[in-house]
Design a protein around this ligand. Structure first.
Ligand code: SF4
Ligand code: SF4
Length: 431
């Protein structure tokens, strides 16, 4: 993950070093140094948990700006299905799609349309012989990175189909080239409207050597007010949407897995729940399941930090929207029984598992033993005063040379008590 461009950053001027974020980071990526938080870039998975929990708004998501689309001749919007849940009383997603055209996009391709294709290809993939089960969805980029750095033994369980955003970008580009053969590739700009910072990192960094077909990622919160100002709900919009219940359902936890038509699935959301499920799979505790859908944000993508609306309200709105839609608008043809090569990724990026202390096995074991010994001498109350989230993490920092044992206030207290006792003893001796 060297030179990885993250989309979660810290505003040092706002940070008071309160340690709140420290306790919520799922990869123990944060430390307090010199009175403020510091993010370890190797460990950060851009999950946005620290943004959600910082009481001082010192953590923020970095996304693109709509003006970055200006240089492109043909501008295409890719709305995430979560966008539809942001508007009160929305009866028809075409109002939103028309709104995107009205604020300057030349065309719109719904990510929910591509999601229906991914659901169809997932059903095909699940029938493939010899694949490792349970199959883990590849849609949430935070989960892919979490597996890479914390659960590397589960890499082979990940479904190798690109996420709907990427497939929507391919469909959008092909359509633009077909309808406007005069356009050159570089004149077509694709803009994903995202609820989450992890998608920004995905696009900025590419994926396993693969360059994203998306050019700019803007946040839902950035585009929301512009859309509100142009959406005219007094006129019937043109029919633009090409997705049904299945595609729109991907915005909430359980939507993806219910579309595989196989009841042996599990859907979990929220980073702590997801981590627990991955632990269980790694320990072989849930062998009867075939498909696992994991969303880092609570409630699914509706819980992303770049959305506007409360995830539960957004979820309720999406349920009403789905009620009158057909099950799906995107099916595979009868004789389509393979997944297009372009939609498959060969390998996951290689991350440095955080569990690996050194590339040398002997050295790694020696360090592990040192950490264990040091940990036993620490108070074990995970107070955070040392700047690490737990006593174990602090012991690891000390053994790796990243922190000094004097950083533990309680150990210091013991030293002070010992010193005072020694001094008292010497004065009693008259020395
Ligand atoms: S939660 Fe983290 S980033 Fe926010 S003020 Fe506290 S230490 Fe700083
Ligand atoms: S974005 Fe997530 S992984 Fe990165 S520092 Fe914040 S909480 Fe930790």
């Amino acid at each position: 993950m060297n030179n990885y461009r993250h989309s979660v950053s810290l505003d040092v001027s706002r940070c008071v070093g309160c340690t709140t974020c420290l306790r919520h980071c799922p990869t123990e990526a944060i430390r307090i140094r010199d009175g403020h938080a510091v993010i370890n870039e190797q460990r950060c998975i851009d999950c946005g948990e620290c943004i959600k929990h910082c009481p001082h708004k010192a953590k923020k998501a970095i996304s693109g700006k709509l003006s970055e689309m200006d240089p492109f001749k043909w501008k295409i919007a890719l709305p995430a299905p979560t966008l539809y849940g942001q508007f009160d009383g929305l009866e028809d997603v075409d109002y939103v799609l028309q709104g995107l055209l009205d604020i300057g996009f030349d065309d719109v391709t719904e990510v929910s349309q591509a999601a229906e294709l991914v659901s169809a290809y997932t059903r095909l993939y699940m029938k493939t012989e010899g694949i490792k089960k349970p199959v883990i969805s590849s849609a949430c980029p935070v989960i892919l990175r979490l597996i890479g750095i914390r659960f590397p033994s589960l890499r082979d369980n990940i479904m190798p189909i690109l996420p709907p955003m990427e497939i929507a970008a391919m469909i959008a580009r092909e359509k633009a080239k077909k309808e406007h053969p005069e356009l050159k590739d570089e004149e077509i700009g694709v803009c994903f409207i995202s609820p989450c910072p992890a998608k920004v990192s995905y696009v900025n960094n590419g994926f396993a050597g693969y360059k994203s077909r998306v050019d700019v990622v803007v946040s839902i919160s950035d585009i929301y007010f512009q859309l509100i100002s142009v959406m005219d709900r007094s006129v019937t919009p043109k029919q633009l949407s090409k997705s049904g219940m299945i595609g729109i359902g991907w915005a909430t936890s359980g939507g993806e897995s219910s579309a595989i038509f196989n009841e042996k699935y599990l859907a979990a959301d929220g980073i702590d729940n997801v981590s627990r499920v991955l632990d269980e799979i790694e320990n072989g505790n849930i062998p009867a399941l075939e498909f696992i859908e994991l969303n880092a944000c609570p409630g699914g993508c509706v819980g992303g930090v770049m959305a506007v609306e409360n995830p539960f309200i957004a979820k309720a709105r999406m349920q009403s929207l789905r009620r009158y839609l057909p099950v799906s608008e995107n099916f595979l043809s009868k004789d389509e029984n393979f997944i297009p090569e372009d939609y498959i990724f060969d390998d996951l990026p290689s991350y440095n598992p955080i569990t690996r202390l050194s590339d040398n096995l002997g050295e790694s074991m020696r360090m592990m033993a040192q950490i264990q010994r040091l940990r036993e001498t620490l108070p074990g109350i995970d107070c955070g005063s040392c700047g690490a989230p737990t006593c174990r993490a602090f012991a690891e920092d000390v053994v790796k040379g990243e922190a000094d044992i004097s950083g533990c206030v309680l150990s210091m207290k013991d030293d002070i008590v010992k010193y005072l006792k020694e001094r008292q003893g010497s004065s009693n001796d008259g020395s």
